[in-house]
Design a protein around this ligand. Structure first.
Ligand SMILES: [Zn+2]
Length: 169
């Protein structure tokens, strides 16, 4: 358990339930934001599990403030840090509705393909790109809606690229 500077690209798992729950996220790689400096920390962080919701503490690289991280002690859909909440559905643009939109544009239906399974975001991106002959630009720069997060995990940047290609970003 704990949270540390990421040493790999981490995983963004999509649990495809297919019932009223739709898709659920379980995220192990995250940006961290310091509200005192009003800046994103330079590196991404790897979430390694929690105990009773306590994930761990990160020290801001800029000001040294302790940033406490808490989750809901289950799958990681959200991370509450000191003064800032990371809601991965919103932050990574993986809310349930997006799959309906993707289906409308390219007839890719994540539910019929993967119901009952857990797939990584990377897997889904590769599947879509191969099947629909999409080449990603790979050089785009994205900013979160609140303007605070500018560095995202690699697979999320690829996902935004793909959404942009499909005119869904
Ligand atoms: Zn700081």
């Amino acid at each position: 358990m704990g949270i540390r500077k990421a040493i790999n690209d981490g995983n963004i798992n999509i649990i495809v339930r297919g019932d009223k729950w739709g898709t659920q996220l379980d995220v192990s790689i995250t940006p961290i934001f310091c509200v005192k400096c009003n800046k994103q920390l330079p590196e991404l962080y790897e979430h390694m599990g929690s105990r009773y919701g306590q994930v761990g503490t990160i020290q801001c690289d800029f000001c040294g403030t302790n940033i406490y991280c808490v989750d809901n002690d289950n799958i990681v859909e959200k991370l509450c840090t000191t003064g800032y909440i990371l809601d991965y559905y919103k932050l990574y643009k993986l809310e349930d509705e997006i799959w309906g939109k993707v289906k409308d544009v390219i007839e890719y239906d994540i539910t019929s393909r993967h119901v009952g399974n857990t797939v990584t975001l990377d897997y889904v991106i590769n599947e879509i790109c191969q099947e629909f002959s999409i080449t990603l630009k790979d050089n785009n720069y994205f900013i979160s809606e609140d303007g605070k997060i500018t560095k995202f995990p690699k697979s999320v940047t690829k996902w935004f690229d793909l959404l942009q290609t499909l005119s869904l970003y």
